[in-house]
Design a protein around this ligand. Sequence first.
Ligand SMILES: Cc1cc2nc3c(=O)[nH]c(=O)nc-3n(C[C@H](O)[C@H](O)[C@H](O)COP(=O)(O)OP(=O)(O)OC[C@H]3O[C@@H](n4cnc5c(N)ncnc54)[C@H](O)[C@@H]3O)c2cc1C
Length: 389
Amino acid sequence: MRFAFTPEQEVFRQEIRDFLRDSIPPEDDGADDGEPSEGRASKEFSQRLAAKGWIGLAWPKEHGGKGMGYIERFVYQEEMTFGRAPMGHHQTAERQMGPSIILDGNDYQKKTYLPAIARGELSICIGYSEPNSGSDLASLSTRAVADGDDFVITGHKIWISNAHVNDYIWLAARTNADAPKHKGISVFMVPVDAPGVTVKPIWTMAGSRLNEVFFDNVRVNRREMVGEQDRGWYVVAANLDFERSGIERVALNLSLFEEIARFARVTQRGGKPLLADPIVAGKLAEIAILFQVGRRLAYRVSWLQSQGKTPNYEASVSKVFGTEISQRVAKVGMELMGHYGQIGEGSPWAKLRGYVQRTYLLSVSDTIRGGTSEVQRNIVAQRGLGLPR
Ligand SMILES: Cc1cc2nc3c(=O)[nH]c(=O)nc-3n(C[C@H](O)[C@H](O)[C@H](O)COP(=O)(O)OP(=O)(O)OC[C@H]3O[C@@H](n4cnc5c(N)ncnc54)[C@H](O)[C@@H]3O)c2cc1C
């Protein structure tokens, strides 16, 4: 078995590194706002990626993509995440709405939305969760009622990332109240600036913004429905698998981990480097191993995609593992740095630009967003191991 990237893929990796070195100044390494991956957004940067053909690089050419493989996308995503590139403007749309539209969308959506995503113009947020429907998403109660060529939407979504800055919301709504809960849902593309949509902020303990989104008789044309009416649950399930597929959840805090390891090498305690303490060395070595395993789990998901398969429980395995690594990195950083770990950026006492503290707070939500770790483990048990519900 040869387990390595091809020479062409390594050349591509170097091309991305060169691009990032020239495009992102070293001082702009993400520590200034502390937002992980998709939290950092720049439409201008997205459009520069688009000019290189890198947004939708694994989509087929007929859908506005570059027709490169999913392993190339893995390499690209890994480098962008290591480089803390501001991917937030297009990331969700590229990673999950594009593939969902390719899989389930109508001609209008393919012709309109896919090219706009690939140009780095269109941003789309995810409108699934409601105050009383999170893990049990199929119980959602936002309604979409047919009225001539339109649907009229009424309801309340919560915890929506980026709704205040995105163009569209990818909305799951109930179109049949009489059907069993999984069978009466449809998915719609709804402009966030449509009349009747109201967006209100919710601030997390990490200082990041989520949103409530209210729909008051919001009218969308029938052509905005993605997939078949009442069969949206399958659209949602595949879309969530695309969300959980990326390497970014694993790669996100590798650069922070490397900084923590460097801190342990240069910081003296009792006349010796911290790293000379076998307990410290053991903790860091264990995380280094977790990163290696996490990378291979994400690689497996990309390989499945490269074989034309939609990743399923394998994406959940990767999501649980990747997000739990983030929390382990932040926790070990805190343990090693003592009180310094708790000091935020801006303080003259902050070490590593206060980034350990920031990651510690932000990483709590990593195992909740996109489906909690408990729910991912249920998916692995049921879909992966065939255990009963
Ligand atoms: C930072 C962040 C960003 C988010 N962004 C978005 C977004 O953009 N769009 C969007 O739609 N949503 C978003 N969410 C919402 C997220 O998807 C939900 O919070 C998540 O699915 C859990 O739902 P809930 O909060 O209602 O918790 P609940 O479903 O009420 O769960 C509460 C607890 O019970 C556990 N639990 C529930 N059911 C089971 C079960 N069957 N077995 C075992 N344990 C169970 C859960 O694991 C959890 O620990 C975001 C959340 C966060 C934190």
